[in-house]
Design a protein around this ligand. Structure first.
Ligand SMILES: [Zn+2]
Length: 199
């Protein structure tokens, strides 16, 4: 591969750092970009720069956003009285794909894990409690992962919120133990959301 001119080698090197992209695929992609029309390559480069420059975190739910508040938090069509609590943006994306939930989200940014030294102050749990205490929230749906950390996080939140008037629910089974929400097909997710139960 070293026979390539330096700019091609540099691109192969960058592309091979992407998840799931080995050296051979990176080489194929780099050559594809090289032979693509100029505007396509420029658009690709521009999109990457724009992504890094313009994506921020929603000040309400902590989802990825191109504004201070994300599209879901500002959408009057979404039920702003309901919050689905997830660990990360990928889990939120999995629920969105199921088309079974029309409320808002709260992205914790991880899960409680005493073994790894991750406590309540290391994820956005206080921010959730603050939202829960606003008086406008009617339901909080816990959709943390089904592994030990996800369960611990859900239990902690339930314990802290059990004296509030907010209805607390959890998405139903069908989500395999230890399962990562992002690998669940939309239909299973839809069923899990529809069959959510009182926690
Ligand atoms: Zn938001």
């Amino acid at each position: 591969m070293n026979h390539y001119p330096k700019p091609i080698l540099k691109l192969i090197n960058s592309l091979s750092k992407l998840p799931g992209i080995g050296k051979n695929t990176a080489e194929r992609l780099a050559l594809h970009i090289l032979h693509a029309p100029n505007h396509e390559a420029v658009t690709l480069a521009g999109n990457i720069i724009e992504l890094k420059k313009n994506i921020q975190i929603c000040s309400v739910c902590f989802a990825l956003s191109d504004n201070d508040k994300c599209r879901i938090c500002t959408d009057p069509q979404r039920d702003q009285t309901s919050i689905c609590v997830v660990e990360n943006p990928a889990d939120m994306a999995a629920i969105e794909k199921s088309n079974a939930f029309f409320g808002t989200y709260h992205i914790l940014g991880g899960a409680l894990s005493p073994i790894d030294g991750i406590g309540p102050d290391d994820i956005r749990i206080q921010e959730l409690f603050k939202r829960a205490g606003l008086g406008t929230i009617k339901e909080i749906i816990l959709a943390t992962k089904t592994n030990v950390e996800g369960e611990a996080t859900a239990s902690y939140i339930l314990e802290k919120l059990k004296t509030t008037k907010v209805k607390l629910t959890r998405i139903a089974s069908g989500i395999p133990m230890g399962g990562d929400l992002q690998y669940i097909d939309p239909l299973t997710m839809q069923k899990a959301m529809e069959k959510r139960f009182n926690a």
